[in-house]
Ligand binder design. Sequence first.
Ligand code: ATP
Length: 274
Amino acid sequence: MPSKQQRQALNNGINQIIDAMPINGSPVVIEVRSLTKKYNGILAVNCISFTVQRGSITALVGGNGAGKTTTLSMLLGLLLPSEGEINILGADMLTKRHLVLPRMNFSSPYVGMPARLTVGENLTVYANLYGLDNVKDRVTSVAKDLQILDTLKIQLGNLSSGQKTRVSLAKALINEPELLILDEPTASLDPESADWARGHLESYQQRTGATLLLASHNMGEVERLCHKVLMMKDGTIIDEGSPQRLIANYDRKNLEEVFLDIARDRTHSRDFVP
Ligand code: ATP
């Protein structure tokens, strides 16, 4: 008869195997190996490795300064890694990113679009940058989806931050990306708009089979949307798994409590390795 600890160890092992299994047998879309970023001696990202499966929604979670934005910026080719490898959609991002970037897109409240251009002009610029056909139709269609048709003729700088977030999401979906990277996608939205945006991203993922990687401080959002969570602290990934597995392993009621445990260093995970 196995002991309680043995049963727990077995359950953990099984959970880890399940977490590592490709979703629907899907291949890996992002493979990161030993990725490191130093800013003038500050170790922002410290030798992290992880994979993201096609058709999954994965979250990077961690406190302020954990290294999430730096990681996403390296994946997008906006920052050069100090060390390590990034393979996206089968191509090495350091040497072949021109092949990959047309198939991805991103949204971040921290990356501004030209404020003096109207929303329509902004979306048209990005549609042209991606070399899309039928630019006008595509702009109208994505603006309709994001419920910003009435803002197309307004200068971006004159919108509320919630409206700007919707424009940023419209820009991110303009090329129907296979891989969508989102830095705090609902940060400036009121609860109802945030809920609507989550639903929109979820249905986009289900409709197209796209892969989503997002950074978020909203644990309810992560629990609702994500298949996998990468927990970052001080530039490293200290734990990962499905929200359900993390909650069970830390013996907590929800992901918010897991986050607080990790932030306060009260690590309850049964298989946690510091
Ligand atoms: P937040 O949740 O606050 O957005 P984050 O997890 O996204 O935080 P990063 O923005 O990646 O964290 O920052 C990681 C570390 O790198 C922090 O210590 C930050 O001060 C530092 N850092 C980020 N950008 C720069 C920069 N351009 N120059 C120097 N240090 C930087």
